[in-house]
Design a protein around this ligand. Structure first.
Ligand code: ZN
Length: 199
């Protein structure tokens, strides 16, 4: 009987230690907010002027890209449909690769495809994009990648509108947008342009 009592005591003690253990980690980092890596200061290859090819290791990419961009660009992920802010976006300007800054599409080739991802009918230039046959998921598709850094962008299908008949179905996460200043003036908007302080 004595043995049994000891065993119980041991059990109780273990249980108690277990509890006290989990309590000994006060508020485990729940309050520390990670800084959002939305700027490109942490990405040394991002450059909208430099067209030279980017060839760095996957480890490097993982270090310099935000997790969501890395997942699409390097792991060929797909964002959930209807989640991109660019899906119904109508501003005039240029779309760049979010991984390297390469110009990819102009806003005037963007159209509403209804497929849930930002869609374009033509890239900004021939070299902007690389085409690769993709036989994954039991389908035959054409993958489109950034011509500068080979980031996965999405796929191109032949059910797009004229003049090309193509539909570039692109993950919004891998797009960076810059509003065209010249286009705003050219379009002859009489609305007073937003004044940037210090400009
Ligand atoms: Zn790129």
């Amino acid at each position: 009987m004595k043995m049994r009592k000891q065993a119980w005591l041991l059990l109780l003690l273990t249980a108690f230690t277990g509890v006290s253990c989990s309590y000994s980690q006060p508020g485990s980092a729940a309050t520390t907010k990670k800084p959002a890596m939305t700027d490109n200061k942490t990405n040394p290859v991002y450059n909208r002027q430099d067209s030279s090819k980017v060839n760095i290791s996957e480890d490097e990419w993982k270090k310099i890209l935000p997790a969501d961009v890395y997942y699409i660009a390097r792991q060929k992920g797909t964002e959930r449909p209807w989640t991109s802010k660019f899906e119904n976006f109508k501003e005039v300007g240029t779309y760049y690769c979010a991984a390297c800054g390469n110009a990819l599409f102009k806003s005037d080739t963007k159209f509403e495809s209804g497929c849930g991802w930002p869609s374009f009918y033509e890239p900004i230039s021939k070299g902007a994009i690389i085409y690769t046959p993709d036989h994954s998921h039991g389908m035959t598709r054409t993958e489109v990648q950034c011509g500068r850094c080979k980031a996965h962008l999405g796929h191109v299908f032949d059910d797009g509108p004229p003049p090309t008949g193509l539909r570039y179905c692109i993950n919004g996460v891998i797009l960076d947008f810059e509003k065209a200043k010249a286009a705003e003036k050219k379009a002859g908007y009489d609305k007073p342009a937003k004044q940037e302080p210090g400009e």
